[in-house]
Design a protein around this ligand. Structure first.
Ligand SMILES: [Zn+2]
Length: 401
């Protein structure tokens, strides 16, 4: 059995409190971490480090769990740079541009789609993302949704069927028929390649009755539930997600007190050290507000109410064409008044919660050896030095990428 010792770690973020300093990040100083068979086998002070076959010297830098990006749309063709430019010149974002990408995606070959997915997945990996959820949602036919998910599943085990992204143009005047297609043959073709089902519950996309019907169909065949909710305005999406026990409701930009209460009060008992968690994570996607020049979600209100918050990129060609979790951390700190520790936790452990995973987003014995070594002495630098390539090395399953 081959072992690897990551040694001389100046600051090790474990997300496994209590660390030497306590706090949600479970920070340890002057630490070492032993990897065996792709998993963390031991964590402790550098001076007590066991022997290993190989050694990787962190040189006193910070080591963190890899980012867990729990919301990304990577299977598409074309780009919408001109739409972005128009928006920056004053046009509002409505979500209508999704249909532009649907047309380009349907016309693309499998290999073109595969190349885009792999390019973006690699780009994210170089920025520290070791787990990345990938949605379909730009095919919107039985064959195009199924192939989108099959291609996504080649690079991620966290795949999400989003046939209910928008109603495609050919069904514009008969949305009930489209919902029937999504719940019937499209779901049947998609489900073998998907772990999750998602719906864009928003004015102009799917109303609450359609969204509930679609999510219930997905649950009935064993898919977990996620919801795009309350992005463009207030609405029923967040409370629908809580009602259905969704792992995550995503965007959460326009929330009422009742929405926050619903998120804060639905809890389940957990075996981990924290004891009890909120059932439904609020996943905030500040790249979307940045790229649509919209007001950011109120992260403080959620955190102060005790809601579990995750950060993700929403990487997509229309409203947030970034694959960078460090950028989202910086936005969350600067624009959403999250502390650097809260933002780093939300981008790692929070994303893992949003995917109901306890083996990633955390560094403790038994967890996957998914981690990044920074070109910096502290996690603080991720927000303190925005736009700077600070990720020196990424390990996934203990393997340098
Ligand atoms: Zn999205």
């Amino acid at each position: 059995m081959s072992s690897l010792l990551v040694d001389d770690i100046g600051e090790l973020v474990t997300n496994d409190p209590p660390g030497d300093e306590g706090g949600p990040l479970g920070i340890r100083r002057d630490a070492a971490l032993l990897v065996e068979e792709g998993r963390v086998a031991w964590i402790g002070p550098s001076r007590d480090a066991p022997a290993a076959d190989r050694r990787l010297d962190a040189g006193g830098a910070a080591v963190l769990p890899g980012f867990v990006d729990s919301h990304a749309h990577l299977v598409f063709a074309g780009d919408r740079a001109a739409e972005f430019a128009a928006r920056m010149a004053g046009q509002p974002y409505t979500g209508g541009g999704i249909r532009t990408t649907v047309g380009a995606t349907r016309a693309a070959s499998d290999d073109e789609l595969r190349a885009t997915v792999r390019r973006l997945r690699g780009e994210a990996m170089r920025q520290g993302t070791t787990t990345m959820e990938i949605k379909s949602g730009y095919g919107l036919t039985i064959a195009d949704e199924a192939r989108s998910l099959a291609i996504a599943a080649e690079v991620s085990e966290e795949t999400t069927f989003l046939g209910a992204h928008v109603v495609p143009a050919e069904y514009a005047d008969r949305p009930d028929d489209y919902v029937g297609l999504v719940c019937g043959p499209m779901l049947a073709a998609a489900a073998p390649h998907a772990r999750w089902i998602d719906v864009f519950c928003e004015r102009g996309a799917f109303d609450v009755d359609h969204a509930r019907a679609i999510l219930a169909c997905g649950q009935a065949v064993g898919l977990g539930v996620r919801v795009h909710a309350n992005q463009l305005g207030p609405g029923p999406g967040v409370q629908l997600g809580v009602e259905l026990g969704a792992a995550s409701v995503d965007h959460c930009t326009h929330l009422t007190d009742a929405d926050v209460d619903a998120l804060a009060s639905a809890r389940y008992d957990c075996m981990c050290a924290d004891g009890r968690h909120t059932t439904t994570v609020a996943t905030l996607l500040p790249g979307a507000e940045f790229s649509t020049r919209s007001p950011y979600p109120d992260a403080r209100r959620l955190l102060d109410a005790g809601v579990t918050v995750a950060l993700a990129t929403d990487c997509n060609p229309g409203s947030s064409y970034t694959s960078s979790m460090p950028f989202c951390v910086a936005l969350a700190v600067r624009e959403m008044r999250m502390t650097p520790a809260e933002a780093v936790w939300a981008a790692t452990a929070g994303g893992a919660r949003a995917l109901r995973r306890d083996d990633v987003g955390v560094l403790r014995p038994g967890a996957r050896a998914d981690l990044m070594i920074l070109d910096a002495p502290s996690h603080l630098h991720l927000a303190y030095r925005p736009g700077v390539p600070l990720i020196r090395q990424v390990l996934r399953n203990g393997v340098p990428q």
